[in-house]
Design a protein around this ligand. Structure first.
Ligand code: N01
Length: 546
């Protein structure tokens, strides 16, 4: 622990440490933000709930957890030396590699000195007289900072549904994103898993290999594409590294923050069924997200979209031997790609195993958790271990948990009662000098996160530099700019099929959460241009004051 950390921990309610900036979270976003602000000569404190760095990749250590963006693209680009020296084991690397990479970043740039681990921010209040943020933590200490920067991730507030009787369960239960570091021995155990999103779909094949019996409680089936993951080919890696800067540029200007090999040029409806299926088959064999790039109108035209959805449904039918099970696994009531598409390794094949049972909890909902297992309206299932792959209170959840209060004593939660309102997804009116890395209203979860994180951190850092150079003390979004941005985020989403699904993008997974489409679908490249334009126009849409 550094001297500054000691001071902060020992501070009582009357004394505190003053920083230029406080950053919440030590995942890739928080670490890179720390690195950049140190370059500016700022004093920075990072608070991190976990005992180590990595954020998503620190917490999500459930069996089967791995990245589903290509490893070569899911990394930080700010150090070309690090880019060259780091190697990935697989095309889509496992959680352990990503956590290892996060630790490498922390060590290589001595970041730990300014990170206080095992500490959650419990309140962050803007103090109007001093123009500073007062930040309290669960360790009883408090600090103040000129800039308050959230880097707490979009998917870090876990969601465990309020199942009746959960406290009576006599076995062990785990949420996937709080999986014990030492693992869980499932040998000979009857295991139940609730949830078949990206997490469940990665975990289920692995749990099935270990458990004696696996019951999968599925409410909504998801479309999943094969990753076709394989060990990293050294020639491919070498070639990629030789042209890393070109690849990075292509990612930055792309719609999704990852390099696209070939952009689609024609509508799915403009070609014959035979040709369409040939294109889908090639994309399926290529693996992961490739299918999204098959045709121009998969996200905007429901008939075009349905050709891709039917192709995937037919793949499920061809893979799963029991056709009743196959039909339960085949999504039919929302367009493909409108919920986060899942990427798997042998997910559908897993249902051909004798020890795996799919339980349809849409038709027969879970009524309660009992001391011995799960009771649905159709029957009871005795299990020793329950796994909740039930997702997150996405995007706004992590921010609300910090207890952020802005000008006039208005909390962020109150301000966003009807849904998040931001300017550019970075800033929100009434919360001066606060920046949200990958906040609602930015491409964030619809993009390769490392690309979007770096873009936000660079923009925030340049903004703080600008304020310093112009002797300005405060930056705050203006109401008309925020209103216009919120309208634009909605308008662009309305041009797509996204709102046709009950997804976490729209808050549908959390009872009572307002249904507002949260991420920006306008594309990473176009969004970057907009942010750069705002900066070039001396921060158009922001009020700057000295
Ligand atoms: O969470 P989810 P996730 N009763 O919200 C079910 C990223 N990610 O952790 O759809 C019964 O998608 C729920 O059912 P339904 C990625 O962005 C990335 O899987 O609400 N079931 C659903 O099946 C992803 O999208 C990677 O009907 C209940 C599941 O739980 C995001 O994280 C890997 C229920 C939750 O699915 C979140 O994924 C993993 C209830 N009461 C995750 N409540 C990679 O990069 C919820 N469910 C590879």
């Amino acid at each position: 622990m550094s001297q500054a950390q000691d001071d902060a921990v020992e501070a009582d309610s009357t004394s505190h440490v003053e920083y230029d900036a406080v950053v919440v979270g030590a995942g890739f976003a928080g670490m890179y933000q720390l690195y950049r602000l140190r370059e500016l000569g700022l004093t920075v404190k990072v608070f991190e709930t976990g005992d180590g760095v990595g954020g998503t990749w620190y917490w999500n250590r459930y069996p089967g957890a791995r990245v589903d963006s290509p490893s070569m693209q899911y990394s930080l680009s700010f150090s070309s030396e690090m880019e060259q020296e780091w190697g990935w084991s697989e095309d889509y690397s496992p959680q352990s590699d990503l956590e290892g990479y996060a630790n490498h970043v922390a060590d290589r740039f001595n970041l730990r000195d300014d990170i206080q681990f095992g500490t959650s921010v419990t309140a962050a209040t803007y103090d109007e007289p001093s123009g500073r943020w007062i930040i309290h933590t669960d360790r009883g200490d408090w600090v103040s900072a000129k800039y308050f920067i959230t880097a707490a991730g979009c998917l870090s507030a876990t969601n465990v549904p309020n199942f009746k009787g959960i406290d009576t369960f006599e076995g062990q239960w785990y949420h996937t994103s709080r999986w014990p570091r030492e693992g869980v021995d499932l040998t000979g155990k009857r295991v139940g898993i609730v949830g078949t999103g990206s997490t469940g779909i990665q975990a289920i094949p692995k749990l099935a290999e270990q458990a004696d019996q696996l019951f999968v409680f599925q409410r909504t089936p998801n479309y999943s594409l094969p990753s076709n993951n394989k060990p990293m080919d050294p020639d491919f890696e070498r070639d990629w590294k030789e042209r890393y800067s070109e690849h990075r540029h292509n990612a930055r200007v792309s719609p999704g923050g990852a390099e696209v090999i070939a952009y689609p040029e024609v509508s799915a409806l403009s070609v014959s069924e035979e040709e369409r299926n040939r294109v889908y088959e090639a994309a399926w064999n290529q693996g992961a997200f490739t299918m999204l790039q098959s045709f121009t109108d998969l996200m905007t035209n429901i008939d075009a979209n349905d050709t891709a959805a039917e192709f995937v449904r037919n793949k499920i039918r061809a893979t799963v031997k029991n056709q009743e099970v196959a039909e339960l696994l085949a999504p039919k009531d929302y367009p493909i790609f409108t919920k986060r598409i899942c990427v798997d390794t042998h997910y559908y094949e897993t249902y051909n195993r004798d020890n795996v049972t799919l339980v349809d909890v849409k038709t027969n909902p879970i009524e309660e958790i009992t001391p011995t297992g799960v009771t649905t309206s159709a029957g009871s299932y005795d299990v020793d271990v329950l796994v909740f792959a039930t997702g997150f209170d996405a995007m706004t959840g992590p921010l609300f948990r910090m207890g952020i209060v802005g000008k006039g004593g208005l909390s962020l939660k109150e301000k966003w009662e009807a849904g998040p309102r931001t300017y550019l997804g970075i800033s929100t009116v009434g919360f001066p000098n606060m920046f949200m890395i990958t906040g609602p209203g930015s491409p964030s979860v619809l993009s390769n996160m490392t690309t979007s994180i770096e873009q936000h951190v660079d923009w925030i850092t340049d903004t703080i530099k600008y304020l310093k150079e112009h002797d300005l003390q405060q930056i705050e979004a203006k109401a008309d700019a925020e209103d216009a941005w919120v309208d634009h985020v909605n308008d662009v989403a309305d041009m797509t099929l996204y709102k046709r699904a009950n997804s976490w993008y729209i808050g549908a997974n959390i009872p009572g959460k307002p249904r507002v489409f949260m991420p920006y679908v306008g594309g990473v490249g176009a969004y970057r241009e907009k942010c750069d334009e705002v900066a070039a126009k001396d921060y158009e849409g922001f009020a700057l004051s000295s």
